[in-house]
Design a protein around this ligand. Structure first.
Ligand SMILES: Nc1nc2c(ncn2[C@@H]2O[C@H](COP(=O)(O)OP(=O)(O)OP(=O)(O)O)[C@@H](O)[C@H]2O)c(=O)[nH]1
Ligand SMILES: [Mg+2]
Length: 381
């Protein structure tokens, strides 16, 4: 099926061919490359196939096209030769940068990292609230970046291309006034749902049951841990952002006391401000916890940086004053590495708040549970 920028097709037999584009400014190169690898995984989660990567070393982004004009020509050539139809930039692009880039790349759609993440959210949103939050974020972020191109943001039975998938069944009109009205209506609906959530939270608070929330980078194993402890039956898979909606389950501690365990949406670096705002009611879950489990994927070499991103987001959400348990998950996998797995030191953390577990095999989980039991006692005093 022919693809052009006005009609995006997502054909499962022939995934969209994608080029990842990255500017390296010489600062923090390790982080930049980790971010590029993450973009690769995000692209695959979204159903795309990474056909190429294009890296430019440059001090500052070009205001008009982000990468320099020579590099844009190289990109156009690459896309033509490798039959690439989508370019994903590992940054935040302005609407005019997207327009300029697409003018130079006639057969290629251009999106940025946030649009890709939102696309995954659109794919994975299952509940009413999740879908409303995705639509709000798309209207505020994606639509202003795409409407100039006349892309029809409709969901044709899941057949639209990456970043052209919307949460609603109906056609998302691109008319500015309509968008403004729709944003206001979505904000109202989300505020209503937020009220229900507040009522639920108040009930939980009154019940006096200790609330333990599992937070962490996407794919750290949060849902697997909740499933292991409570048989919650949450979808847990090797995909980024498999979970969008918080799930809470009761769990009985060895002391016989109950706690409420909550699984949350994963964090990722460089979340745009609109994004955090649109998902505030979901992300806020951490603010109402009595104890936070900061889960990390010990088998990922980036795990300490990911923990740092999580800590920063927790602080932005006003949840940095809670008892925090640092839990290295997937130790079964990490132990396979040469030399095994050595528990890293976490700055500012007492050694009895750092754990090593496998949510898959259950290794070490009982020690963590014991600690939660102790903490619960302390908090309730
Ligand atoms: N080897 C190993 N794999 C694990 C462990 N815990 C989780 N996984 C795997 O890691 C992947 C991600 O697990 P999830 O539980 O979905 O992770 P999550 O943190 O909920 O991810 P999101 O909801 O996408 O943010 C799945 O393929 C799990 O099977 C573990 O202890 N060991
Ligand atoms: Mg999950």
């Amino acid at each position: 099926m022919a693809k052009n920028k006005f009609q995006a097709y997502f054909d499962e037999k022939a995934p969209e061919r994608v080029v990842l584009v990255k500017l390296l400014t010489g600062k923090n190169e390790e982080e930049a490359l980790a971010s590029l690898n993450e973009l690769w995984r995000l692209t695959e989660t979204s159903g795309g196939e990474v056909a190429a990567r294009l890296i430019q070393y440059k001090d500052k982004p070009d205001p008009a096209t982000y990468i320099g004009s020579g590099k844009v020509k190289e990109l156009a050539e690459l896309c033509k030769n490798a039959e690439i139809t989508l370019a994903v930039f590992d940054c935040e692009l302005s609407p005019s940068q997207i327009r300029n880039l697409e003018d130079c790349l006639p057969e290629v759609r251009v999106i940025d990292r946030s649009m890709l993440i939102l696309d995954i959210f659109a794919l994975h949103a299952t509940t009413g609230e999740g879908k409303l939050q995705v639509e709000l974020a798309q209207l505020k972020y994606t639509v202003p970046r795409l409407t100039g191109q006349g892309i029809n943001l409709s969901r044709q039975g899941g057949s639209a291309g990456i970043a052209a998938r919307g949460p609603g069944e109906s056609k998302l009109e691109t008319d500015r006034r309509y968008i403004k009205r729709r944003i206001a209506s979505l904000e109202n609906q989300i505020a209503e749902m937020e009220k229900n959530r507040m009522v639920q939270r108040a009930q939980r608070e009154r019940s006096g049951i200790c609330r333990v929330t599992v937070a962490g980078y996407t794919n750290a194993g949060k849902s697997t841990l909740l499933n292991f402890l409570t048989n919650a039956g949450i979808l847990a898979e090797d995909k980024l952002f498999a979970t969008l909606d918080p799930t809470t389950r009761r769990f009985r501690l060895p002391s016989g006391n109950n706690i409420l365990l909550t699984d949350t949406v994963g964090f990722i670096r460089n979340l745009p401000h609109h994004f955090v705002k649109a998902f505030k009611s979901t992300l806020d879950e951490v603010k109402y916890a009595d104890i936070i489990i900061l889960l990390m994927d010990a088998s990922d070499s980036e795990c300490l940086n990911q923990a740092e991103v999580t800590r920063r987001l927790l602080s932005e959400l006003g949840a940095d004053n809670k008892p925090l348990l640092y839990v290295f998950n997937k130790c079964d996998e990490a132990e396979k590495a040469e030399g095994g797995f050595l528990l890293p030191k976490i700055e500012g953390a007492e050694s009895d708040t750092v754990f090593c577990i496998s949510a898959k095999t259950g290794e070490g989980v009982n020690i963590l549970v014991k600690k939660i039991d102790e903490l619960r006692e302390k908090i309730k005093k």
